[in-house]
Design a protein around this ligand. Structure first.
Ligand SMILES: Cc1cc2nc3c(=O)[nH]c(=O)nc-3n(C[C@H](O)[C@H](O)[C@H](O)COP(=O)(O)OP(=O)(O)OC[C@H]3O[C@@H](n4cnc5c(N)ncnc54)[C@H](O)[C@@H]3O)c2cc1C
Length: 333
C-alpha cells in the first residue's frame, strides 16, 4: 500500500489536516548572519505535506531539560484523533511547551526531512533561543500538514488566482515564505511580471539565493550598512511607495481625491491596533486577474503598508494579503 494512503477504515476526510510530528535536528546550516537553517528528520515525516508556498506550521519547543508537558501529545492515538490542541490547552501553564509559528522552507517526504529557516534575532524567546543553540539530535514537535488529509493545504495564504502582476513585500521573517512562493511560481511555470521587495537586517543576508521565475525581480535592502542603522520597515515602506508611484496603472488614483474610484474603495477603511489585535487580512481564495500583492512581517510595518495600499490608493482588498507575522516588543504567546 502506498504510505500516503489512509489506513483501513480511515478516509482522507477523517484524517486531521495538521498533526504533531516528533522530530530531531539532522543538520544545521548558517545561511547568513541572520538566518540559520535547521533540517529536521523523523520517521512520521513520510506523511508531511509538500504543498509549499507560504504554508505555516507550529513548533512546540521543549521545556527546560528537554521536558514534554504531555508525552502523549504525539502518541499515535492522539495523532489519529487530532486532539493535540485540547491536550495542550488542558495542561497547567508551567507544563505547556511554548508554541511558535514558522514556515515550511522545504519538505521531502521521501527522505523524511523538513527544513525551517529561523531568523536569529535579539531578545529571543523560546524559538529564537532554540534556533541559536540547536545541535544535531535536538528535539521539537512540529504541528504540520498531513498530505493524506483532504484539506492538507490549510495554512497557505498566498492565493494569486490568475494574477499576472505580483508584488511581494516582507521583512526577514517573511523570507522563508517568499522563498516558498517564488519556488512554487517557478515550479508551476507562472509567467508574468513580479517584484519581491525584501528588507533584512544585514548586508550578507541579501545574498540568500531564492530561485524565482524569469519575470520576477528581487529587490533586497539591508537595514545596516556601514554606519547607518535604519529603523525596522523604513526602507520597505519607501520601496512600496516607490512601486506605487512607478505603476500608475495599478495604483490609478489618490484616495484623497474624494471623487476617485480609490476613494470609494477605501471609504470603509479602519486602522488596526496591532498591540491589541492580530493584523491578518487575507482574501480566502482570490479569483483575481491582473494585480495581486502579498505582504508580511512586523505588524506595525504591515499596518503602514496596508494604509498605503488600501487607504491612500484604494486597492481592492481581494487583491492583497496583509499578515502581521510578529510584533516588536511582544511575545507570540
Ligand atoms: C505565519 C508565520 C510564519 C512565520 N515564519 C517564520 C519563519 O519561517 N522564520 C522565522 O524566523 N520567523 C517566522 N515567523 C515569525 C516568528 O514566529 C516570530 O519571530 C516569533 O515570535 C519568534 O519567536 P521567539 O520565541 O524567538 O520570540 P517571542 O517569544 O515570540 O518574542 C520575544 C521577543 O522577541 C521579539 N521578536 C520576535 N521575533 C523577532 C524577530 N524576527 N526580530 C526581532 N525581534 C523579534 C518580540 O518582539 C519579543 O520582544 C513567522 C510568523 C508567522 C505568523
Amino acid at each position: 500500500m502506498n504510505s500516503s494512503q489512509p489506513t483501513e477504515g480511515q478516509s482522507a476526510k477523517q484524517i486531521p489536516a495538521f498533526r504533531p510530528y516528533l522530530v530531531k535536528v539532522a543538520r544545521t546550516e548558517q545561511l547568513s548572519t541572520s538566518f540559520r537553517r535547521l533540517v529536521f528528520t523523523g520517521d512520521d515525516l513520510q506523511y508531511i505535506g509538500t504543498d509549499g508556498l507560504d504554508q505555516r506550521i507550529k513548533i512546540l519547543l521543549p521545556l527546560e531539560g528537554g521536558r514534554w508537558g504531555d508525552p502523549y501529545l504525539f502518541a499515535p492515538d492522539s495523532v489519529e484523533r487530532g486532539s493535540w490542541w485540547e491536550q495542550w490547552r488542558a495542561l497547567a501553564p508551567e507544563d505547556r511547551n511554548p508554541i511558535r509559528t514558522y514556515t515550511i522552507r522545504s519538505a521531502d517526504c521521501e527522505h523524511r526531512e523538513l527544513s525551517v529557516d529561523f531568523v536569529i534575532h535579539n531578545d529571543p524567546g523560546p524559538a529564537g533561543t532554540f534556533a541559536q543553540q540547536a545541535e544535531v539530535g535536538s528535539q521539537v514537535v512540529i504541528i504540520g500538514p498531513d498530505r493524506r488529509a483532504e484539506d492538507s493545504s490549510i495554512g497557505i495564504d498566498f492565493h494569486p488566482g490568475q494574477a499576472n502582476t505580483i508584488l511581494l513585500a516582507g521583512d526577514e521573517t517573511a523570507v522563508p515564505a517568499m522563498g516558498g512562493i517564488l519556488q512554487g511560481l517557478l515550479d508551476s511555470h507562472w509567467s508574468g511580471q513580479g517584484k519581491a521587495l525584501i528588507e533584512v537586517p544585514y548586508a550578507d543576508d541579501t545574498t540568500l539565493q531564492l530561485p524565482h521565475p524569469e519575470g520576477f525581480a528581487l529587490d533586497w535592502v539591508s537595514r545596516s550598512s556601514g554606519q547607518t542603522n535604519l529603523a525596522h520597515g523604513v526602507s520597505l515602506i519607501t520601496r512600496v511607495e516607490d512601486y506605487a508611484a512607478e505603476h500608475p496603472a495599478l495604483f490609478p488614483a489618490d484616495a484623497s481625491d474624494a471623487t476617485s474610484a480609490a476613494a470609494l474603495a477605501s471609504s470603509g477603511f479602519t486602522d488596526i491596533d496591532v498591540d491589541r489585535e492580530l493584523l491578518w487580512e487575507v482574501p480566502e481564495q482570490a479569483h483575481v486577474n491582473g494585480f495581486y500583492a502579498w505582504m508580511a512581517g512586523e505588524a506595525a510595518m504591515v499596518r503602514s503598508l496596508r494604509r498605503i495600499l488600501v487607504k491612500d490608493h484604494g486597492i481592492d482588498r481581494s487583491r492583497v494579503a496583509f499578515m502581521g507575522y510578529w510584533r516588536a516588543g511582544k511575545s507570540e504567546m
